[in-house]
Design a protein. Sequence first.
Length: 338
Amino acid sequence: MSRAGSRSQSEPSTESLADALSALCAEVGIPFEEMLHTVESALAAAYTRAFNAPGDVTVKLDTKTGALQVHTRVTEPSGKVVERDLPAEDFKRLAAQTAKHAVLRHIHDLERDKVLRDVAEHRGELASGVVDRIEGGVVYVDLGRAEGVMPPEEQIPGEQLQPGRPVLVVILDTQHNRRQAQVRVSRASRSFVHRLLEAEVPEIKAGTVQIRAIAREPGLRTKIAVSSTEPGLDPVGACVGPKGVRHRAILSELANEHVDIVPWSDDAEAFVAAALGPARAEKVTIDRVTRTATVLVPRNQLSLAIGRDGQNARLAAKLTGFRIDIKPSEGDAEAPSS
């Protein structure tokens, strides 16, 4: 193979390219062969664009002499493969610029991937950030090393977020973006409420209070079922806190979304009755075959049990896993089923 595309070792610009590459790899801890492959691939693509070179172009950088060799492999219509060297003299200035950009881009990609790996380890956890901008209904949150992306379906309906405002979110998953590390975040998910409650209630982190189920309609109402592993400890009282301080902190973060905290129970009748709070159930009958709970409530509690547009009964059904039929305890009129 000819050396038509090579350059002399006495020419400093390309030689310094190889030297700089070696020094940089040592500095950032990237294997030299990995970085060399990145640079050579970028040089080949740049040569093809700059000179409209035919075929499959490859570039080799001689790390000893600093010389560049450009090679192309062309398959003719007859099927014959022709290989030849291409001139590299007019490519030297573009080569240096291309190599520099390739190195910086590769380092950037490695840093981005590391951030994403680190963030992925915190999936499902709370993160604090600052609203950076809102574009097309999507809220972008500055989380420091990564950017949080909160699409409309992960936002609390009706909540007005403003650029520059501190905001809490829960991390859902990582997103692919070549420019920077991005993660999808949420304020509308059940896990967001779970983590908020966990942050406010030390007994949950200690394991003496457990969150057993959450049903949520973001911006409107959330029902949370909790239990205790410690005899004599009231799980609802622990979550509400002294004078309701913990409960108010959660309401404040949820833009005053209603939050009902109810005791979880192995007794299905008791659990369904509690889930319908603040309405008072007089009698609950469970059909375990059809997973249906028939609930009798005082007539003056009927609208409270059902809730606006059936919301209270609907969330109680989601929380307990039972279809709930609500009926007045006197008379024959029936309420809509959840």
